[in-house]
Design a binder for this molecule. Structure first.
Ligand code: SF4
Length: 507
């Protein structure tokens, strides 16, 4: 019988969460590098360059890959021949303690994103607990742990269907993936659970994402099982959609498809799809009683030496003196480097602004959006001499419901976020002659280097959701919706879907 010390388990969880906050799995880095080398759409190639550069910078600086440092999801397989040295804490409590230690680590504090009372007050628990823990009792005398920090943007795009037994899973995926937009920050992976019951399929989908990227090896070897054939078919079908990196259109939307399946009821075919984003983060370790897990740091030479060249037609703008007349000729797809002051705000700040405007109170003191841009972001706290921690964009689509209000009532002229806007919001942007700019989701540490000053201007009690004023220098964004309503998230995938289909026909 193996004796596992609870202290070793907790230390291993804390270390693994710190490790995955700044080290991408190298299999994912290699897969994005290959996709980058293959990509023909310059905008998508650019986005992948930023993701790869950000990945290397995070590994070097040991700071989070993304400002959303995720909800901790942990699979713990406990051998039946394992004994704990004491029973002070349950497995859930031990994972939570490791999570607490990792997220409050003063050398690399991670953003606490978990809110209690989700249907009500949604109050931040401040230490990113509780984690989501799946425990299995298995044969053997070891403990196996697979742990991930799952971003909200990609988790929000999860889909479930109770298909009819004769329904085609590939067809369902082809229909479903375009409805997910780009808020899951592709290129990534899709985890798919098939069979069992509704909840079993969801857990299998999540667990499948813990496996390394091995699609090239599978393609070379050829499918030997139904699930392997499905993985290849879905991989090809999804990439043929032309969605591309960040939804800008291109050759690679997914770098792998993972499937776990199990027997199901004769009347059922449950399918759950969970995407993993550009901040793919997971670690895998065993405990055998000899001490805490020892995750070896990867070598920096293993990261590709990608450089990011600004094209000749980049527009440099001082946004402190910008008006609607100035943004009128910014074109969808164009790269813009912003310098000057921007305000931030995301879900909670928008909700509070709405409540204040509805009550006739006006904007909070010190906040004036006239001719300003708002950046949808919830940054990580700064450490050392940082101005701000990683500060990448959050999903703009969630702010769609507030956009009319912001454009009509506050004088705002531009928004910066990630992923697409809904059709009604695109219409509002065109009607108000405003613009929507896109930063690369999953390139948060890189983006934070363009922020030269930061101060909280309102709603300090909201923590990372407060309104900040950032002073930025050459912050790279691209015009996603221009002032006439041209929308790259619509045009990009359509163009690349057509090009991919034409290339296949020509073969
Ligand atoms: S890469 Fe995108 S979806 Fe993933 S954690 Fe970061 S912002 Fe969220």
């Amino acid at each position: 019988m193996t004796v596992i010390r609870q202290a070793d388990f907790i230390e291993s969880i804390a270390d693994a969460l710190q490790y995955i906050s700044y080290y991408h799995p190298l299999d994912y880095v290699k897969a994005v590098e290959d996709a980058y080398n293959r990509e023909q759409n310059p905008a998508a190639k650019d986005a992948m360059a930023q993701i790869l550069i950000n990945s290397r910078m995070s590994a070097e600086g040991r700071r989070p890959i993304c400002q959303d440092t995720g909800i901790v999801t942990c699979f713990v397989k406990v051998g039946m021949d394992v004994k704990w040295d004491n029973t002070a804490l349950t497995v859930q409590e031990m994972v939570d303690e490791g999570t607490r230690q990792a997220y409050l680590n003063s050398d690399n504090p991670l953003r606490a994103s978990i809110v209690a009372d989700p249907a009500g007050a949604r109050k931040n628990t401040k230490d990113n607990t509780p984690s989501v823990v799946h425990i299995d009792l298995v044969a053997g005398d070891k403990i196996e742990v697979m742990i991930a920090a799952k971003g909200g943007g990609s988790e929000n795009k999860s889909k479930m269907a109770m298909l009819n037994p004769s329904d085609d899973i590939v067809e369902w995926i082809k229909k479903t993936v375009p409805t997910m937009g780009a808020g899951w920050c592709p290129p990534g992976m899709l985890g798919i659970g098939i069979g069992g019951t509704a909840e079993k399929a969801a857990v299998m989908a999540k667990e499948s994402l813990m496996d390394p990227v091995d699609m090239p090896a599978l393609m070379e070897k050829g499918a030997e099982t139904t699930d392997e054939q499905l993985r290849i078919d879905i991989y090809n079908a999804v990439n043929d959609l032309g969605i591309g990196a960040q939804g800008l259109g291109g050759l690679t939307t997914v770098v792998d498809i993972k499937i776990k399946s199990c027997p199901t009821h004769a009347a059922s075919k449950p399918v759950v799809l969970i995407p993993n984003c550009a901040a793919t983060r997971h670690a895998h370790f065993f405990l055998d009683g000899s001490g805490p897990a020892n995750l070896q740091p990867p070598k920096l030479e293993d990261w590709p030496k990608v450089t990011w060249e600004l094209g000749e037609n980049v527009r440099r703008v001082n946004i402190d003196n910008c008006t609607k007349a100035d943004i009128a000729d910014w074109k969808a797809g164009e790269t813009v480097l912003l310098s000057g002051k921007i305000l931030t705000g995301r879900d909670a700040a928008h909700k509070r602004i709405k409540d204040m405007l509805d009550r006739g109170e006006g904007l909070p003191e010190g906040v004036d959006f006239t001719n300003r841009f708002i950046y949808y972001v919830g940054p990580v706290d700064a450490v050392g001499d940082e101005v701000v921690g990683p500060a990448g964009p959050t999903t703009a689509t969630r702010m769609d419901k507030f956009t009319d209000m912001m454009l009509e009532q506050t004088g705002l002229i531009g928004m910066i976020g990630k992923s697409e806007r809904g059709p009604a919001t695109v219409d509002s942007i065109a009607k108000q002659k405003a613009v929507y700019l896109m930063a690369v989701g999953g390139a948060a540490y890189l983006v934070s280097k363009a922020i030269k000053k930061s101060r909280v201007v309102a709603f300090e009690d909201l923590g990372m959701e407060a309104i900040y004023e950032f002073e930025v220098e050459d912050m790279p964004v691209s015009v996603a919706v221009d002032s006439t309503g041209n929308n790259v998230h619509e045009t990009g995938p359509a163009i690349w879907r057509g090009k991919i289909a034409d290339a296949k026909k020509a073969k």
